[in-house]
Write a protein that binds this ligand. Structure first.
Ligand code: ADP
Length: 463
């Protein structure tokens, strides 16, 4: 099978979240299963700065490689991508994101003909590349070269839909008729993801529970009607975790390596992190959180209850993340008030992230909604027990067997769950059992990649 993936971020080149991890890892797993994958992504400034080994294959396209032989095509355009951010800066989203990602999507399709490469499947990810579905279906398929390419669109987070004012529509170069209820129109605005869903033959999202949830009003972000109308074409495949990047046995970024057999060496990581973060070095239960600091991630619950938790359980908390300014301020205030209990690190720092997973006893991930989530899987691998709200991918991966789960999104339910975790932590025999069990879960990409291959096969058999 020949697959072209288009994504606005790909590990190791550019990352703001889980999307990049997926598109950095799934192609490798597919290649191991014998499939040919190629990738396109924008050549942002951050990619340019990496001095990669690339060959120019067109005036505005460089080609690099990941895995054994996975070509990555970097679409260049200094005006659009020669900036520090991927999607925006401190003032918010870049005002020309519509043009930036429309350019990227069309250029990705045009490149195929230039290099005479016709994939069986065009696998798109999120709104930034969903435009390629719209262009392929409505423009490029008129050319025989593109006629057989089938489209799968993966939705990593329905909350980001690519909404733009209708006045920008002419910039897309699409027929006016497509700006309609059955096309890109959404409450008198342009909705790129909606157009992408309609133009794609199959749609999937990153867990089975989230695939169900987004067909309802609570999690459908206004697209529940469009999605439930496509329920036979919509499925869920849980993301895998790249265990080459996340393995405490050989992780070079943590203080002391450990395995399920030597798991108590985890406590050396804890002591060192406590020291480095200015916390008291003791065996207080350590809650870690590595996350975007956003409402989605349950920051409202955490901010309303952290003071109570410190009083109830003498706990420690280490936060790593960036996001809403209100949470930056709030966490900083709390860290000032409780310097020996709370450490706040408002930055993106992969190395510190590894150290926090390795040191934490309990990993906080009380997301209000969570399409899949990687943090909870990483935490299990590092012997930290996740505390989660039962939603999306968290519901599909965490249960009472391997973590702490609350079922009503409320402060009291969250606190009860935290108390349950604290009481388990206090019982050393029970805790050891839980930690050892955590190590037994395997979310490697191979199984998920096989499910993607099934989807690709369904797609191509649709003719
Ligand atoms: P999302 O994609 O919604 O942000 P996921 O849980 O799917 O959430 O993926 C987040 C990934 O990004 C995880 O690998 C997490 O460890 C990492 N991450 C999030 N924030 C930071 C940060 N500030 N520094 C380092 N890594 C981070």
């Amino acid at each position: 099978m020949k697959i072209l993936m288009c994504s606005s971020e790909v590990v190791p080149f550019a990352k703001t979240g889980g999307l990049a991890d997926v598109v950095g890892a799934l192609p490798l797993a597919l290649e191991k299963l014998g499939h040919e994958v190629r990738i396109t992504m924008p050549k942002y400034k951050i990619v340019n700065n990496q001095k990669l080994k690339v060959t120019a294959i067109a005036k505005d396209v460089d080609a690099g490689k990941i895995g054994n032989n996975i070509a990555v095509y970097f679409i260049k355009n200094d005006k659009y991508f020669g900036r520090d951010g991927l999607y925006g800066d401190k003032n918010g989203d870049y005002p020309d994101n519509l043009q930036r990602f429309s350019f990227y999507s069309r250029r990705s399709l045009e490149l195929l003909k230039e290099i005479n490469y016709s994939p069986d499947v065009l696998h798109l990810h999120d709104w930034q590349s969903a435009l390629a579905a719209i262009y392929l279906k409505n423009i490029y398929r008129k050319d025989n070269f593109y006629n057989k390419i089938r489209i799968l669109l993966t939705i990593h987070n329905l909350a980001y839909q690519g909404l733009f004012l209708k006045e920008e529509y002419p910039k897309l170069g699409l027929d006016d008729e497509l700006f309609s209820v059955d096309g890109l129109e959404f409450y008198n605005k342009i909705n790129i993801l909606k157009g992408g869903i309609i133009a794609s033959e199959l749609i999937n999202t990153v867990s089975e529970t989230y695939a169900m949830e987004i067909q309802g009003k609570e999690f459908g972000c206004g697209l529940e009607g469009v999605l439930s109308g496509r329920k036979n074409d919509l499925s869920g495949i849980i993301n895998g975790l790249d265990y080459d990047a996340w393995d405490p046995k050989k992780d070079k970024l943590i203080y002391k390596n450990f395995s399920p057999e030597t798991w108590k060496d985890k406590y050396q990581n804890k002591a060192q992190l406590q020291k480095d973060c200015g916390l008291s070095v003791n065996d207080a239960p350590l809650f870690g959180m590595v996350s975007r600091l956003a409402d989605q991630k349950g920051m409202d619950l955490i901010s309303s209850s952290m003071e109570d938790l410190i009083k109830i359980g003498h706990i420690q908390m280490v936060f790593l993340g960036t996001g809403d300014v209100k949470y930056h301020n709030l966490l900083e205030q709390m860290a000032k008030r409780y310097p020996h209990n709370i450490s706040v690190n408002l930055k993106f720092d992969d190395s510190l992230a590894h150290k926090i997973y390795a040191a934490s006893d309990i990993f906080l991930m009380p997301s209000r909604y969570e399409p899949c989530g990687l943090g909870q899987m990483i935490a299990l691998k590092y012997g930290a027990l996740p505390l989660v709200f039962k939603t999306g991918g968290l519901a599909d991966t965490i249960s009472k067997e391997n973590g702490f789960v609350f079922e009503k999104y409320s402060v009291p339910a969250f606190i009860d769950s935290a108390k349950e975790a604290l009481s388990a932590y206090g019982d050393k025999v029970k805790w050891e059992k839980l930690v050892k069990k955590a190590f037994t879960y395997d979310f490697s990409w191979e199984e998920s990649a096989k499910k993607y291959v099934e989807l690709y096969k369904n797609l191509t058999s649709k003719g």
